[in-house]
Structure formats: structure tokens, C-alpha cells
Design a binder for this molecule. Structure first.
Ligand code: BGC
Length: 404
């Protein structure tokens, strides 16, 4: 319950962003793909305006970061997840962008000045074009390239990073890029290549972990995963229980086993719940309430994944993303309340939880879905770039204040 202070004084309360989705003004493999003839033709065929699917200036966070941080501070946040854009820092193999490095140093210092704990993602899906041209994560050379990039980040700005996240949701990234053809490099059913990508990401994560911990002995490092709550439709049905087990293994657990010894905490994004049944189509969600993405709202699932993975690993958990698309802000306040109640329930059951970071601070570029989906606690008018705090952000603020 609110006000009973189940949350420790050090609990991290805040919101998350990623570099490409908010910063704007950078060329990456994504920006090339958005403008590719194939992609534009496909969108036109679907009756969409291709301009709505081009990230461009995003929401100009790169220039307006102080305003955004001030707003987050005014909303009671004490932590923020931001991303670094590799393509901006190293636009060419032998070119390091000093302005960009200084920019990130300034942003991190500004966060620190305002009392924020900093949570930083090194790579959230987008690549420098030269990396993509050498085959991206399909090519072993990218592991070395990433190593060099991480070395520079550590030396130049590492001292201001409190929680390190190497990659964001590698399994979803590989699945959408190499099997579903939904994201660049937009390949379809390239199963072997997808595993190649995943194994290279595992190697890159393991290396980065060693590098970071080599410099900063105690700093916490992890890799972000999106945890799906798989549940059997009928509690005692052995076939459904078996499908649940297999789904968990294929979706995440095998990957987790490969990195678990190189993680100091679990970084959990929670959006999905899947109710498994033994008959086709095998997945029957009740969908009593859905978001504008069509995703079922199921706060209990957050409790389930927190408990399940904590008991499996005994690592403390940081919720690095949890949120919804809700342009009219009709569902967000309840969504936040109910998911935080699920966090409290997990705390009650003894799960160690470091913090809750809502996705997202700002409306942003929702990847293949473009700008139409509004995930922000803060609304952004993309014509004027004016920021307007949504009412639900004040509800979140009250929850934070009643718990600190
Ligand atoms: C990603 C975000 C994305 C969010 C909502 C997460 O899987 O990390 O970049 O915006 O989901 O789709």
C-alpha cells in the first residue's frame, strides 16, 4: 500500500529513454533503413505517410536534455536511464567525435548535479553505419569494434555512470532483425544468422563486463532483457506446463544462462503476458484491457517475472522499462499504480528490487511504429518540441513522494 514505506530510502524511482528514440540528428543503420526505397514503398502501400516513420530530430533531447532532466526532477524522479549513441561517438572507425563525448559527459554531470542516479545503456539496437556495413553483429569483427568503443566510454565518461547496461533486449533485436524482417537489417527467417548475432552479442557482453569491472571494481553491470510472463491457461494441465517451460527456455532462459555469471543485477523490461493453452493457437490472452499497441495490461505478470527470476538467480532486480502507449493518458495512471503495487507484492515476498524506471520519460520514436504511439509521461509536440507533463506523471510523483 502507498505510504507504508515498503520501498527503501535508496529505491530508484524514475523513467527510461534510449538514445536513438529521443535524441535526434544522427545517422545510423536505422536512419538509413527508414529512408530505404523498400521501406518507403512498403509504408506507402499500407497507406502510411513515410515521414511519420523517419526519426529525424526525434524529440530533440540531445539539445534539450537540461529541460528534460529538470522536468524529471520536478516530478520527483531520482534516477534516469539514458542511452549512448555509438554512431555519434564513433561515426567512422578511426573518428571519435569529441563533441559527442563531451556532450554525454555534460549530460551525466547534469544528472548528477540534480541528484540523479545514472543508468546507462551502451547500445540500444542502433549501429554506426560502418559497423552495419561490415555485417553488424553477424561479423565477429564487431565484437572487437564494440570493445574499443566501450574502452573509450569507460575512460571518458565512465566515472559518472552508476548502473551499466551493455545491450537492450538482444533476443528481440535479433528476432525482429533476422527472422521477422521487421527491423534492420530486415532479414527474414535467417535462423542461423540470428543465432550467430546472439552468440556475438553474448561474447560482446561478456567482454564489456570484464572491461567495465576491470576499471570500476564494484560498479553494477547487466544486460537488459524483456521478460514475458508465460502462464498456463489451466494450472494443472501438464501439456500447458510443459509448453510454458519450453517457451521460457526458448525466449529467454537459454540466453540468461550464457550471461548470468557476468551480471550483477537483473535488468528487467516488462510488457508482455502470454496465457498458454494446449490447443491451437496455443496463446489465448484474455485481453480485458489492452494498450494502444494492442498489448494486454497485466500487472500481475510483473509480480510473476520478478519472483520467478529472482528465485532462479538471487540477483537484485532493476525494472529498466515498463509502460504503455496511451496518447490520451486515460490508462497510464492506473497502469503505474497497479504495476507499482505488483512491485510491492514482490518486495513482500522477499524479492530484492533496486528500482522502477517507467518507459518512457518522453513521447518518442517507437521504432517501426514511428511517432504515432505515445509512451511519454511527458507529451512532446513535435512541431514546436514543446513539452507538456501528462496528468499521470503527477500521479506517479505522488506515489514516489509517499514512498520516500
Ligand atoms: C524497447 C523500447 C521500446 C519499448 C516499447 C522495449 O522493448 O526497449 O525501445 O520503445 O519496448 O515498445
Amino acid at each position: 500500500m502507498e505510504g507504508q514505506n515498503k520501498f527503501s530510502k535508496n529505491f530508484l524511482w524514475g523513467a527510461a529513454t534510449s538514445a536513438y528514440q529521443v535524441e535526434g540528428g544522427v545517422e545510423t543503420d536505422w536512419s538509413l533503413w527508414e529512408k530505404s526505397k523498400k521501406r518507403v514503398a512498403k509504408l506507402k502501400k499500407q497507406g502510411q505517410n513515410p515521414d511519420d516513420y523517419i526519426c529525424g530530430e526525434a524529440v530533440d533531447h540531445y539539445r534539450r536534455y537540461k529541460e528534460d532532466i529538470d522536468l524529471a526532477a520536478s516530478l520527483g524522479h531520482n534516477a534516469m536511464r539514458i542511452g549512448l549513441e555509438w554512431a555519434r561517438i564513433q561515426p567512422q572507425p578511426d573518428t571519435w567525435n569529441v563533441d559527442a563525448i563531451n556532450h554525454y559527459r555534460d549530460e551525466l554531470r547534469y544528472l548528477k548535479e540534480k541528484g540523479f542516479t545514472t543508468v546507462v545503456t551502451l547500445n540500444h539496437w542502433t549501429l554506426p553505419i560502418w559497423v552495419a556495413e561490415q555485417g553488424g553483429w553477424e561479423n565477429d569483427k564487431t565484437i572487437q569494434a564494440f570493445h574499443t568503443y566501450v574502452e573509450v566510454v569507460i575512460k571518458e565518461i565512465g566515472a559518472d555512470i552508476d548502473y551499466w547496461l551493455t545491450f537492450n533486449e538482444p533476443t528481440l533485436y535479433a528476432f525482429n532483425g533476422w527472422v521477422r524482417g521487421k527491423w534492420p537489417p530486415a532479414k527474414v527467417l535467417r535462423i542461423f544468422k540470428m543465432y550467430k548475432v546472439l552468440f556475438n552479442l553474448i561474447r560482446a557482453h561478456r567482454n564489456a563486463y570484464k572491461q567495465i569491472r576491470g576499471y570500476f571494481k564494484k560498479v553494477p553491470v547487466s544486460i537488459v532483457m524483456s521478460w514475458i510472463d508465460f502462464e498456463p491457461g489451466h494450472r494443472n494441465n501438464p501439456i500447458e506446463l510443459l509448453i510454458v517451460k519450453i517457451s521460457r527456455y526458448l525466449a529467454k532462459d537459454w540466453f540468461l544462462h550464457k550471461v548470468i555469471d557476468k551480471m550483477n543485477f537483473l535488468a528487467v523490461n516488462y510488457y508482455f503476458h502470454d496465457r498458454i493453452v494446449w490447443y491451437p493457437p496455443f496463446r489465448v490472452n484474455k485481453k480485458e484491457q489492452v494498450t494502444e499497441m494492442g498489448w494486454e495490461i497485466y500487472p500481475e505478470g510483473l509480480y510473476h517475472v520478478l519472483k520467478y527470476y529472482y528465485e532462479k538467480t538471487f540477483l537484485p532486480v532493476l525494472i529498466t522499462e515498463n509502460g504503455l502507449a496511451d496518447a490520451q493518458d486515460k490508462q497510464r495512471a492506473d497502469f503505474i499504480r497497479d504495476h507499482i503495487a505488483a512491485v510491492e507484492k514482490a518486495l513482500d515476498m522477499g524479492v530484492k528490487i533496486i528500482g522502477y524506471l517507467h518507459w518512457s520519460l518522453l513521447d518518442n520514436f517507437e521504432w517501426a511504429e514511428g511517432f504515432e504511439k505515445k509512451f511519454g509521461l511527458i507529451e512532446v509536440d513535435r512541431k514546436t518540441m514543446e513539452r507538456k507533463v501528462r496528468p499521470s506523471a503527477f500521479v506517479y510523483k505522488e506515489i514516489i513522494e509517499s514512498n520516500i
